[in-house]
Design a protein around this ligand. Structure first.
Ligand code: CA
Ligand code: FE
Length: 572
């Protein structure tokens, strides 16, 4: 993004995230003795993991003895294993907690080659860091066809409880990691503490935000709203102060996307963030390609070719994410889903890319901004055909909102909904076409449907590489309408905003003067902490002082509170 003065003379698409630039069996015979002894239900794949691949698992009664075998790798180094160097170089992760279950993830990626066959991996879940109080264990396959990734659906856990987990294979053991379950329906937890952010471009900065995240006390979940990787060839929108992927290709194939995720996953701060808390993850555009919409690529590639690319991208995303999903089998892959922490809060996790209509294609408002900002084409934006969610997902969301018993109904989604007119009071407005402003008709239908039925609607947003707090109205530019919800936009982990582009900075500064629905805006890197109770929601915006310094200080720059029953946040 720092190449805003770059050769193309446009705003780099990623500086203004989502902004359009120009159109365009070898089974390891190595099961730990202690675990093998406990896995008495071999062949019964129904009692344990149930996601995708089969997996043997057992929920254990209280452990027989603090198990020495569980703390030493000695017994499993004996027989030949295809894993001859540390396979846990990409770390471990957990995600999508339920009251009795959580997904555990790893992907075997040793320096030495793996055979093109599945490899059994042992997993353990315990109450304590030393694994003395083992509560569940089993084996699960690292599936060769899925990059030797492992997804375990651990069941039989206690609700609203903390656990430690680890993996073992071939005498190698992962670092222990922390996870936890959510509370069950019918229970209203007194408090819930989570954080959210998005956008971690490797070539635009470091992950100091994650260092700060793992230092937070009592964090119960982290919500990641997309742009986990960036698909660009190295140097594409890179910042010279950042680091290089060294990968001279734009990701298009399974192998290329795997190389990109594998590189990102080596970051120690990212690994710590995964190992410290369960994640709830959705994707945005860069997991496939900048600004794609449905089957429309940024540069109008052949639709079949783009769908093939999308299938590769979706598969490799699955391979690297601790998600409660079956693996995809092609370019169509439903990832929207919902998860609740008791009756306190429900996350409705959205996919605003796969089912989208293409962005409007009018002339740039300012040449310097490329296609990112345009005068709204009302014939497109207000058309019932112009969709961000697709009809099926929209119906699912509206029904799910109506059925939800949660005090706080939360959309975990990508692009800003609060609206922004770059000029004062013009009609049609001047908009960022990739956001909900380009899909204003659907936004109105959606907010009119869910605003009244959600007890308290909170929209979480990423993508824009900047933080904001805003009021939500079904038409953001009609202040006579009621506020139906509150939008909280977290900044990015490392992806740049406008940095040195004075034209853009001036435009943003002007827009903030004339869009009163936007109550707060900050363009620094960071993330947002949320402390939620049945009566209040407090959001703390943490900002990174220097995105190019891994050791950068991270500090609170603003705090906002929502009172249950009253949409709209108030500065604390
Ligand atoms: Ca994006
Ligand atoms: Fe981004």
């Amino acid at each position: 993004m720092d190449d805003a003065n770059g050769t193309e003379g446009h705003l780099p698409p990623d500086g203004s995230p989502g902004w359009r630039l120009s159109r365009r069996g070898f089974l390891a015979a190595t099961i730990a003795a202690a675990v093998a002894a406990c896995s008495s239900n071999d062949g019964d794949t129904t009692s344990g993991a149930s996601i995708g691949p089969t997996s043997d698992a057992t929920t254990l009664p209280p452990p027989p003895e603090p198990s020495a075998a569980a703390t030493t790798s000695a017994p499993e180094t004996t027989l030949a294993s295809p894993v001859v160097s540390n396979p846990f170089t990409l770390g471990v992760a957990s995600g999508d907690p339920l009251p009795d279950s959580v997904i555990l993830w790893t992907r075997l990626s040793p320096d030495s080659a793996l055979p093109d066959e599945d490899i059994d991996v042992t997993w353990e879940v315990a109450r304590d860091n030393s694994f003395a109080e083992l509560v569940a264990s089993g084996t699960a396959p690292a599936i060769a066809a899925l990059g030797h990734s492992v997804h375990v659906d651990v069941q039989g856990l206690e609700p609203d409880s903390e656990y430690t987990y680890r993996f073992r294979v071939g005498g190698f053991e992962s670092e222990p990691a922390r996870t936890r379950t959510f509370a069950p329906a019918g229970v209203v937890p007194e408090r819930f503490r989570f954080a959210f952010s998005s956008c971690q471009n490797w070539e635009q900065g470091y992950y100091a935000a994650y260092r700060d995240l793992v230092e937070q006390d009592g964090l119960e979940a982290f919500v990641f709203l997309g742009d986990y990787i960036y698909e660009y060839e190295t140097g594409g929108y890179a910042d010279p102060r950042g680091r290089s992927t060294g990968q001279k290709f734009e990701c298009k194939t399974v192998d290329q996307y795997r190389q990109r995720y594998a590189l990102y996953k080596t970051d120690p701060l990212l690994q710590q963030a995964h190992a410290s808390v369960p994640w709830v993850i959705t994707w945005d555009d860069h997991e496939v390609e900048n600004d794609y919409a449905g089957a429309s690529s940024e540069n109008d590639d052949d639709v079949d070719a783009f769908r093939t690319r999308r299938a590769a991208a979706y598969q490799v995303w699955y391979e690297h994410m601790p998600v409660r999903l079956d693996p995809p089998t092609g370019p169509d892959y439903q990832i929207y889903r919902s998860l609740a922490h008791g009756d306190l809060l429900r996350f409705h996790v959205l996919d605003t890319r796969q089912y989208r209509s293409d962005q409007q294609r009018s002339a740039p408002f300012l040449p310097a901004l490329g296609d990112a900002v345009q005068v709204r084409d009302n014939a497109v934006a207000l058309s019932p055909e112009q969709t961000m969610l697709g009809e099926t997902q929209r119906g699912w969301l509206i029904d799910g909102m109506a059925a939800s018993d949660a005090i706080w109904d939360v959309l975990a989604q990508q692009v800003f909904m609060f609206g922004g007119n770059a000029l004062q009071g013009t009609d049609p407005p001047v908009i960022v076409v990739d956001t909900w402003d380009g899909y204003a008709g659907e936004r109105q239908v959606l907010l009119e449907a869910i605003g009244p039925v959600a007890d308290n609607l909170v929209v979480l947003t990423g993508d824009f590489h900047s933080a904001a707090v805003a009021d939500l109205r079904s038409d953001p530019f009609d202040a006579s309408l009621p506020v139906v919800g509150t939008e909280l936009m977290a900044s990015s982990i490392s992806s740049s905003f406008f940095d040195d582009d004075q034209t853009v900075e001036d435009l943003v500064a002007g827009a903030l003067q004339t869009n009163p629905q936007i109550k707060y805006f900050d363009a620094r890197r960071g993330y947002t902490l949320c402390d939620v109770t049945p009566t209040s929601w407090r959001s703390t915006f943490r900002a990174v002082a220097d995105q190019f310094d891994e050791a950068s200080p991270v500090e609170t720059v603003s705090t906002w509170e929502i009172t249950a029953g009253t949409p709209g946040a108030v500065a604390v």
